[in-house]
Design a protein around this ligand. Structure first.
Ligand code: AVJ
Length: 320
C-alpha cells in the first residue's frame, strides 16, 4: 500500500524533527520549547477559542479592519495575484480578502497542522468554487519551496501578529526568506501587534476562562503523543507576563513540584518552580516594525491602524 506507506514515512520524518527539537530545547540551561508545537489539531482549536475571548483583542481588531483593507487593496493591486498565507490556521481571515479581490485566482495556505489545514481548505473550496487552493503542510519557520514560483506575482499574507513569535533577529531572517521565496514584485500584507499599556497585554494572555492556560499546557500533551513523552499537564502552571525591555509577552510553564519527565530515551529533571519558556509574542510600534522589514529588503507601501492603535496591518513591497 504505497499511499499508507508514504503517509507513514512522512509522519515519521516530522516526528524525528519534533523529537530532536524538543530534546534540544529541554536540554538548555533555561528550558524552552518551540511555540510552533502548540499547533496540533487540539491546539489549533484552543487557539480558535482564544480568538473568541473578550480579552484577546488582536484577533477581533485585525478581523474588523480587514474588509476596509481589502477594499483599499482592490484599488492598490491591479494585476492577478496568487496569495501565499503563512500559518493559515482555520482560513477565516483570508475569506475577507477573497470577497473583495477577484484578481486572486489561487491560494497557497501553509500550516504545520496538516489535518486541520486540509479540513479548513475543503470547507473554503465549497464557498469559493472558482478558487484554486493548494494546501501546503509545512513548517514556515524553515525554507518552504513554493510550486511554480515566478509565474504569477505573489501576495504574501501573514495575519494575526504571528511574526511576533520570532525574535527580531529571527523575524528579519523570516522576512528575508519570505521575500526570496515569494519572488520578484511580491507584496506582503502582515499584521503586527502594537506596543501598548501592559495591563491590556497582560489580560490578553491571562484570560479569566483559562483558555490560554489550556493552550499553553497542550504543548506537553502534543509532545507526549508525537515524541513519546510522559508529561503530566497538571504538574505545570501557565505563566505569562509582559517584558517591557524586550517588548514581548513571554509564556512559560512552571513546574509545580520536583519531578523527572521522560521523552523517548531522554530524562529531564525539573526542580519545583523551574520554567519552560514556550512562547514569545513581540510587540512593535509601526515605525519599529518598518525598520525591521527594511533590514529584510521590504519597504512599506501603506499601513492601517485601528482607532485605538491596538493593531497595525502593513502592506510591504519587495525591494528596498
Ligand atoms: C498566533 C502567535 C499570534 O502570540 O498572540 C495567543 C498565539 N499565544 N495566546 C499570539 C497566542 C497565546 C498568538 N499568535
Amino acid at each position: 500500500m504505497p499511499a499508507a506507506q508514504s503517509a507513514r514515512a512522512s509522519a515519521t520524518k516530522t516526528d524525528d524533527t519534533l523529537l530532536r527539537e524538543v530534546v534540544e530545547g529541554l536540554s538548555q540551561v533555561h528550558k524552552q520549547l518551540p511555540s510552533k508545537y502548540f499547533y496540533d489539531s487540539a491546539g489549533s482549536r484552543y487557539f480558535d477559542e482564544i480568538c473568541q475571548l473578550e480579552e484577546y483583542y488582536p484577533y477581533r481588531t485585525e478581523l474588523a479592519m480587514l474588509p476596509g483593507i481589502a477594499d483599499d487593496l482592490s484599488h492598490l493591486i491591479r494585476d492577478q495575484r496568487d496569495v501565499v498565507e503563512f500559518g493559515a490556521g482555520s482560513l477565516v481571515k483570508i475569506r475577507l480578502l477573497l470577497q473583495h479581490l477577484p484578481q486572486i485566482k489561487r491560494l497557497l495556505p501553509i500550516d504545520i497542522a496538516g489535518d486541520h489545514l486540509r479540513e479548513a481548505a475543503a470547507e473554503l473550496r465549497r464557498e469559493f468554487e472558482h478558487l484554486e487552493i493548494v494546501p501546503i503542510v509545512a513548517d514556515f519557520t524553515r525554507q518552504v519551496e513554493l510550486p511554480d514560483r515566478n509565474k504569477v506575482k505573489k501576495l504574501g499574507f501573514f495575519p494575526g501578529s504571528t511574526i511576533g513569535n520570532f525574535t527580531p533577529l529571527q523575524a528579519v531572517a523570516f522576512l528575508d526568506r519570505a521575500r526570496r521565496s515569494l519572488g520578484a514584485g511580491a507584496l506582503l500584507l502582515i499584521g503586527v501587534d502594537t506596543k501598548k499599556a501592559p495591563e491590556i497585554l497582560h489580560r490578553a494572555y491571562n484570560d479569566k476562562l483559562g483558555v490560554t492556560a489550556k493552550f499553553n499546557r497542550n504543548i506537553l500533551t502534543h509532545i507526549n503523543r508525537e515524541a513519546g513523552g510522559d508529561f503530566d499537564e497538571d504538574k505545570f502552571d501557565h505563566y505569562a507576563f509582559y517584558n517591557p525591555t524586550q517588548g514581548r509577552i513571554e509564556m512559560h510553564l512552571i513546574s509545580r513540584e520536583q519531578q523527572v519527565v521522560t521523552v523517548e530515551d531522554y530524562q529531564f529533571a525539573f526542580s519545583k518552580g523551574e520554567n519552560i519558556h514556550t512562547e514569545n509574542s513581540h510587540k512593535y510600534t509601526p515605525e519599529e516594525f518598518l525598520t525591521l522589514a527594511a533590514e529584510a529588503g521590504w519597504r512599506g507601501v501603506r499601513k492601517w491602524l485601528d482607532d485605538e492603535e491596538l493593531f497595525c496591518v502593513h502592506l510591504l513591497q519587495a525591494g528596498g
